[in-house]
Design a protein around this ligand. Structure first.
Ligand code: NI
Length: 251
């Protein structure tokens, strides 16, 4: 299996080498690490160069756009020539924490969409309580990048709208939470060819480890939950989502 979105650089209690080993022992042979802060861009580059199973995404997270400078465009362009940089991300809109700089978020989001289009790389989208603006901006500005709705948090209806655009839906630990009926409904209803698995480690740890630090090895709990919701085998979920990830990120 592939963990398509995992901040392994932010895991504190387990070393990167140990995290990768535990992932491998649990059937996860590729991990894609996004950037969130501008400083992560160098961290991601060093991780992809030192670990065969690690791939990277470059970009600035919506809550960190106050640190955005336009020279990052040239830096990302240069670094994305590396064959293991497979997407731009994570980028998008986050209206949950602080609404005072929504306009700056939109501006930087649009700049990074254009960059991804120019580089012809997929985009890992962070959308928290900003479904409508995220959707509208992507529809207006994205010309050719494949879209992955990372940590999808919308309704079944919104998932369908995204899939109608050809966008992928990435599900993580939330689907295993007892009270997360909305995400369980999404996991049951979307066509499998649009589904990706991710942990978003170190956050959103699935049951039965909820409350502890998340890591890529726990993808299996997410796959098991989705398989049981859909009444199919874990192998089937693993196979299809792995093929989807290989296709989307051209691994
Ligand atoms: Ni993330």
């Amino acid at each position: 299996m592939i963990d398509t979105h995992s901040h392994i650089n932010m895991i504190e209690k387990t070393s990167v080498d140990q995290v990768i080993k535990q992932a491998k022992d649990n059937g996860i042979d590729k991990i894609i690490v996004p950037s969130a802060y501008p400083k992560d861009i160098d961290v991601v580059m060093s991780l992809v160069e030192t670990h065969v199973n690690v791939y990277g995404m470059l970009g600035v997270h919506p809550t960190e756009v106050k640190d955005w400078t336009d020279d990052l465009i040239d830096k990302i362009k240069e670094y994305s020539k590396h064959p293991k940089i497979v997407a731009i991300g994570e980028i998008g809109l986050d209206y949950y924490w602080d609404k005072s700089f929504n306009d700056l978020q939109k501006e930087v989001f649009i700049k990074q969409i254009k960059l991804a289009n120019e580089l012809n790389l997929p985009i890992s989208i962070h959308d928290r309580e900003a479904h409508k603006d995220t959707f509208d901006i992507l529809k207006e500005y994205n010309t050719n990048s494949k879209i992955i709705m990372h940590c999808f948090s919308g309704s079944v209806e919104f998932a369908k709208e995204c899939i109608n655009q050809g966008w992928f839906i990435a599900l993580g630990g939330v689907v295993t939470f007892k009270n997360a009926q909305k995400m369980k409904d999404v996991a049951k209803s979307i066509p499998l060819e649009y589904l990706l698995l991710e942990t978003d480690a170190p956050y959103l740890t699935p049951t039965p480890f909820r409350g502890e630090e998340n890591q890529p090895a726990y993808i299996k709990y997410i796959a098991e939950e989705i398989a049981s919701l859909r009444g199919i085998s874990v192998e089937e979920i693993a196979n299809i989502t792995t093929q989807n990830a290989i296709k989307v990120f051209e691994l």
